[in-house]
Design a protein around this ligand. Structure first.
Ligand SMILES: Cc1ncc(COP(=O)(O)O)c(C=O)c1O
Length: 369
């Protein structure tokens, strides 16, 4: 007879209260739900690169398939060295991960104990909260200040106490799209020795990258990804910049071989494909210009963005009712209630090609008339 086991008995207590990460909807899911031909579905909900991937990166990935019988470099050294050279970094280590999501896991591994606290500024990317909860730590929320969604520096500093371990910042912020003021980031770094994690997933769309700041601020850790402008979301590769004084410990805690040979090769080549990067930037810039003009004309409120997406304010409608209507028309966008307080009335739309943007705009006008 099979022995009955209560699965819950063996789990860590904090795991019992977790809920699954809310990912953007997939084409397959929507095709089945609304009986739409998958080819007619437009996915502009996850800020992927609608132009695809760098051809140089894909070629390198294909070539790397010849070597997959061999383990990859244990800590992606070639990629790390290349990034150090690009950003002219002296006292900074670079570590690649299985997407930036893996970097969050590493932050939890390195810094968070049961009962610790992190500071998170909603509405923002939900993985900071997840990483906190995985560790049995407690997220302390300091909402971004409206109407510009900038950091509430005074309150962030007020919330720092003995239990605080990480302050999560995101610039440009997901889902609001704005960059945080450099003087605010600096003020936080200069007022505390706690870890300040700066998520720069969208920095290539217009921000000044702050990698060199790590030399000056050893408590600054910066996260980057190949999932957005480089168009490699499916390969899962991201990385972190951190001061060498932390890097030693990161190295000792690393999950060995966490980034595949194929992903490492693609990322190294993607960095060189300036043509693809410029083409993407140009499309995003023109797309945003189009949206700003058309949204203004249609009387739909929106937030200016430094990223490859734009957030519209759907109030008094709930964001979810707008994304549901768009989905019935075969358009996947993202409602932002999972991004914390202030996200309920935001819908995030990835900037697409001219035709794609027109299609989205047409449906938005129908919803908001
Ligand atoms: C702000 C932000 N950080 C991190 C990530 C995750 O990046 P990755 O795909 O490298 O795990 C995303 C993905 O949407 C993001 O928007």
């Amino acid at each position: 007879m099979k022995k009955k086991i209560d699965a819950r008995k063996n789990l860590r207590r904090i795991i019992l209260n977790l809920h699954q990460y809310t990912a953007g909807r997939s084409i397959q899911e929507i095709a089945v739900k609304y009986k739409i031909d998958p080819k007619k579905i437009l996915k502009v909900g996850s800020n992927e690169n609608v132009l695809g991937s760098s051809q140089k990166a894909l070629k390198a990935a294909k070539n790397a398939l010849d070597r997959v019988n061999i383990y990859p470099q244990v800590a992606s050294d070639d990629l790390a060295n290349k990034l150090k050279k690009i950003y002219k970094l002296k006292h900074v280590d670079v570590f690649a991960g299985n997407g930036m999501d893996h970097i969050f896991e590493m932050l939890a591994r390195l810094f968070l104990n049961n009962g610790d606290e992190t500071i998170i500024c909603p509405p923002t990317f939900s993985c900071y909260e997840l990483a906190t909860l995985w560790s049995g730590a407690k997220p302390i929320f300091v909402p971004l200040l409206k109407p510009d969604y900038q950091l509430d520096v005074k309150n962030i500093l007020k919330k720092i106490n003995k239990k605080t371990k990480i302050i999560f910042l995101c610039s440009p912020n997901n889902p609001t799209g704005n960059s945080m003021k450099l003087r605010d980031i600096k003020a936080i770094l200069e007022s505390t020795d706690k870890i300040v994690f700066l998520d720069e997933a969208y920095t290539e769309f217009g921000n000044r990258p702050l990698a060199r700041w790590v030399d000056k601020y050893p408590n600054l850790v910066i996260g980057r990804t190949f999932s957005k402008i480089y168009g490699l979301a499916g390969l899962r590769i991201g990385y972190a910049f951190m001061h060498k004084s932390l890097g030693t410990y990161y190295k000792n805690s690393i999950t060995p071989f966490v980034v595949s040979t194929v992903a490492q090769a693609a990322a190294i080549s993607a960095l060189d494909d300036k043509e693809f990067l410029n083409k993407t930037r140009k499309m995003v810039k023109l797309g945003k210009k189009y949206y700003y003009k058309e949204l203004k004309k249609a009387g739909i409120k929106f937030l200016s963005s430094n990223a490859n997406f734009i957030a519209i304010n759907t109030a008094p409608l709930k964001g979810k009712s707008v994304t549901d209507k768009l989905m019935q028309k075969g358009i996947i966008t993202r409602e932002c209630s999972a991004f914390g307080k202030g996200g309920e009335n935001l819908v995030r739309i990835t900037i697409g090609t001219k035709e794609q943007n027109k299609r989205v705009m047409k449906e938005l006008k129908d919803i908001f008339v």
